[in-house]
Design a binder for this molecule. Structure first.
Ligand code: 0XW
Ligand code: MG
Length: 412
């Protein structure tokens, strides 16, 4: 069989100037051209090697949530997919223990299970290979997420385009960040909020419910609101840890303070009960994880905002569909991942960059909460905002010195 080098078909992104002098990539035409060339060209490239690392990420300050959930040191799983044409695609998933049906040590077995299918799959486009893997191993969204992100990275490199160009095209480069405040005493939380506000942050997620004391949660919200003043977005996140009764009492007590509530209870129906009773806007997170749950949240009228966490959906391929649905439903999105470092964060930033700016509520600079950084020169917080990386694929360079020797290597 004739040997085929994908490199022959690399295309350079065209750049054009907009009226304000900002250069933008003319994406769609080139993407179609790149795809057409790939499809016409006979034998395709394949993944020939999978490398996987378990990387402990330690929070700079204690991070506490309801029901005893913490993120002091959490293991992130980094995946590198090497192709027979010399590309390396990077993926990452970092499940928080007890947070979602996902755990770090579940990734390697799931990857081992779908690896033979990945090795035999011709890479014909960014969504086809992940779809094959999902058919072979249904569910296990978090494990698929890491591989899916790495495949998008590979395709960006093939096309010579940033991943945001493949996800629909650049809509904005820079986004507002929120700052997530650990569930501590109200005074400590207020001083964390004050520090973040001095760094330019204007959106504050206040963790609630650690002790199941609803009056303490009222004090947390009131002190943070008082500290940041009127204007900034302040929302209280129970991470499913409240009853609808307690969340409703809190909601009534802070109703005069311009507060949004986030995922007070486990189910969408309970969250809807709280929204109906309090009239306060509601963000869904844990309970909104696929098309059906997004439609339920919208139908029950309790999804003013939603967290589009890449790994809840199974990676960029399905998070992109969720994003499209939320644009259609008119729902504001927090585009991020559960936890992690630079790779997970870069993937989410590319999705945010290609989303209608009206519906991007905020993004999260995951790698600022933990150390070490996996790509130390990746994007960082700057005056409460962050910018999507440029360059082909995810546009970041993970530091293999920090990663060390892989914990698992599979060869096709
Ligand atoms: C997943 N978290 C605990 C970490 C992110 O920063 C946000 C937060 C959440 O539950 O929304
Ligand atoms: Mg949340």
């Amino acid at each position: 069989m004739a040997s085929y080098r994908m490199k022959t078909f690399w295309v350079r992104p065209l750049r054009c100037m907009t009226h304000d002098g900002d250069d933008q990539i003319a994406a769609p035409d080139l993407l179609w051209k790149a795809s057409a060339m790939l499809l016409r060209s006979g034998p395709m490239t394949r993944v020939v090697r999978i490398r996987l690392w378990h990387v402990p990420l330690t929070s700079h300050t204690s991070y506490r949530m309801a029901d005893g959930k913490t993120c002091d040191t959490v293991e992130s799983v980094v995946l590198a997919l090497d192709t027979d044409t010399g590309q390396t695609g990077w993926g990452e998933v970092c499940p928080i223990p007890g947070y979602l049906p996902a755990y770090a040590r579940g990734v390697a077995p799931a990857v081992t299970e779908f690896a033979p299918v990945l090795f035999e799959t011709e890479l014909t486009g960014p969504e086809a290979a992940p779809a094959r893997l999902r058919e072979h191993l249904p569910g296990h969204h978090y494990a698929h997420s890491a591989a899916d992100i790495a495949l998008w990275d590979i395709f960006g490199q093939f096309a010579g385009l940033p991943v945001h160009a493949l996800l629909g095209g650049l809509r904005q480069r820079e986004f507002p960040l929120y700052h997530s405040i650990s569930c501590l005493d109200p005074e400590e939380m207020a001083s964390i909020a004050a520090r973040a506000a001095r760094d330019g942050i204007a959106q504050f997620q206040v963790k609630l419910g650690r002790e199941g004391d609803w009056e303490l949660d009222v004090a947390r919200l009131a002190r943070v609101r008082e500290t940041v003043g009127s204007g900034p977005l302040v929302y209280g996140d129970w991470n499913c840890g409240a009853t609808s009764l307690d969340a409703t009492r809190v909601g009534h007590a802070v109703a005069h303070l311009d507060i949004m509530l986030e995922q007070p209870c486990r189910t969408i129906a309970e969250c809807a009960r709280v929204r109906d009773a309090t009239g306060l806007p509601m963000k869904l997170d844990e309970a909104a994880h696929d098309t059906g749950s997004l439609l339920d949240g919208a139908a029950m009228g309790c999804m003013d905002a939603v967290a589009i966490k890449t790994s809840k959906f199974g990676g960029l391929s399905l998070a992109r569909r969720a994003r499209d649905l939320c644009e259609h439903l008119g729902v504001k999105m927090c585009i991020e991942d559960t936890w992690g470092s630079d790779i997970a964060m870069a993937a989410a930033l590319h999705l945010a960059a290609s989303t209608d700016p009206r519906y991007v509520m905020n993004v999260c600079d995951l790698s600022s909460y933990v150390g070490p950084r996996i790509a130390p020169y990746g994007p960082s917080r700057n005056n409460g905002r962050i910018t999507v990386p440029e360059g082909p694929g995810l546009g970041i360079s993970p530091d293999t010195g920090i990663l060390g020797t892989p914990d698992m290597v599979l060869e096709g």
